[in-house]
Design a protein around this ligand. Structure first.
Ligand code: ADP
Ligand code: ASP
Ligand code: MG
Length: 408
């Protein structure tokens, strides 16, 4: 279908496409994307493409820096990591030009992505995509390096691991795009990670609220902050598979848990997700204020769930953005009583669904099923729409399968 262009606007309807690391892992893949992007423009769209670093380039760059020193500065790491996306943007632009279209690549800074100055997990505070708009008006395809911006002090920042989704959604909002398509190696959002639970089913659509709960608990197919942004700004998102052009994918509607789901899912969870990268802390006989103050000193750590009692603290935290992990355990456990511990060899397996965490029956049933299969969770955390079981890493796929069965 050809897009409609209004007579008073020089820019056709805009589509934002974002391609993640696995989608641009080789030159063949980059060239295949270039051809598809050119075809999309020919259909009458203004196309902005946001790209991630090729394959596991970000991890490789991190490893190199840590070979030099165990504590590289956050600023220099941002300078280093932002180059991963910059390499992809230039290569894709070169490939697009080879296929006969005009294109230009921009860094986050050139794209007008303004952030605060929290290196490693900066927040976008403004988007001024003037150069992108100018180039779209000239008929060019614009390629943007994801995952990065610039602070008011003109420092290069990065948006946290998986942050290219955030670049795409922020540009979709600022450019008033007709669609924001996030391409990865799966053809949409599934009822569980399809690489872990082999009989997981693809969801044709779901609400941004439900997706947000899943993403916050580890469904990394979409970045949690990007979904939150889409919800706040009323932007529809599509999760699709990159090298399968006809994939219908999953539509994430920018609305809350729907009424019908509320009725249908009473006592019935709608999805299971798995989350890696957690740290579980159980501290006894500690000064809670001091312990929490130590947490604030750990760059990139995000609390997923936390219970504070009298001189007792239990929490699970997302440590995906913690670059310097050495010393965290020691710092957190300093001066705590025997019996306190801090583990990063565990995973968080979460069952999500409306009111699932408020229902003692649901919790009792899920726990019984896990125990019947020999899995005793290290800890359990309940939120209104999620129950998280902290299990040994080796039990992750088994626990995911057991909990996923409950959704069927
Ligand atoms: P990209 O690098 O393109 O951003 P990601 O690796 O961040 O892609 O996200 C895609 C991955 O998300 C899939 O390979 C899949 O293993 C994982 N994933 C986790 N939970 C889900 C889910 N519920 N549905 C689909 N994919 C999921
Ligand atoms: N390249 C970055 C990462 O690996 C950002 C992204 O892929 O979205 O986390
Ligand atoms: Mg991702």
């Amino acid at each position: 279908m050809k897009a409609m262009m209004t007579s008073d606007s020089p820019i056709p309807p805009i589509v934002i496409q974002k391609y993640g690391g696995s989608s641009v892992a080789s030159l063949e893949k980059i060239e295949a994307i270039a051809q598809r992007v050119v075809a999309r423009q020919a259909m009458g769209y203004g196309v902005v493409v946001v790209v991630s670093a090729m394959g596991d380039a970000t991890d490789q760059l991190l490893q190199i820096a840590f070979q030099i020193t165990p504590n590289p500065s956050a600023r220099e790491l941002d300078m280093l990591l932002s180059t991963g996306e910059r390499a992809t943007m230039a290569l894709l632009s070169i490939a697009i030009q080879k296929y006969g279209a005009q294109s230009i690549s921009f860094t986050g800074s050139q794209s007008g992505i303004i952030t605060n100055d929290s290196h490693a997990c900066a927040r976008i505070i403004a988007v001024r995509p003037y150069r992108i708009q100018d180039e779209l008006e000239r008929g060019k395809i614009v390629i943007v390096a994801g995952f990065q911006g610039t602070s008011y002090r003109n420092e290069i920042t990065t948006l946290g691991r998986g942050g290219s989704d955030m670049t795409a959604i922020a540009l979709a909002g600022a450019l008033n795009a007709e669609a924001c398509e996030i391409y990865s190696d799966v053809d949409g959002v599934y009822s569980a990670d399809p690489k872990v639970v082999l009989d997981a089913v693809k969801l044709d659509e779901l609400s941004a609220d439900a997706m947000l709960t899943m993403a916050q608990h580890g469904a990394k197919v979409l970045h949690d902050e990007a979904v939150a942004y889409a919800l706040r700004h009323g932007i529809a998102l599509y999760a699709k598979k990159s090298h399968q052009p006809d994939s219908t994918g999953t539509l994430i509607r920018p609305d809350g848990w729907p009424e019908h789901a509320l009725k249908a899912s009473k006592n019935r969870p709608t999805a299971v997700v798995t989350a890696k990268y957690i740290l579980y802390l159980s501290a006894r006989d500690v000064d809670i204020t001091t312990c929490l103050a130590r947490l604030t000193g750990i760059d990139g750590l995000k609390i997923i769930d936390c219970v504070c009692g009298h001189r007792q603290l239990e929490l699970i935290a997302d440590i995906w953005n913690c670059r310097d992990f050495s010393g965290i355990r020691a710092a957190l456990l300093e001066n705590s009583a025997p019996g306190s511990f801090c583990r990063d060899d565990v995973l968080n397996v979460t069952l999500t669904g409306i009111d699932i965490g408020r229902d003692p029956n649901g919790l009792h049933h899920a726990l019984t099923c896990l125990k019947n299969d020999g899995i005793t969770p290290v800890a359990i955390f309940c939120q209104p729409n999620a129950i998280s079981f902290v299990v040994n890493s080796s039990d992750c796929s088994k626990a995911s399968g057991i909990l996923h069965e409950l959704t069927r």
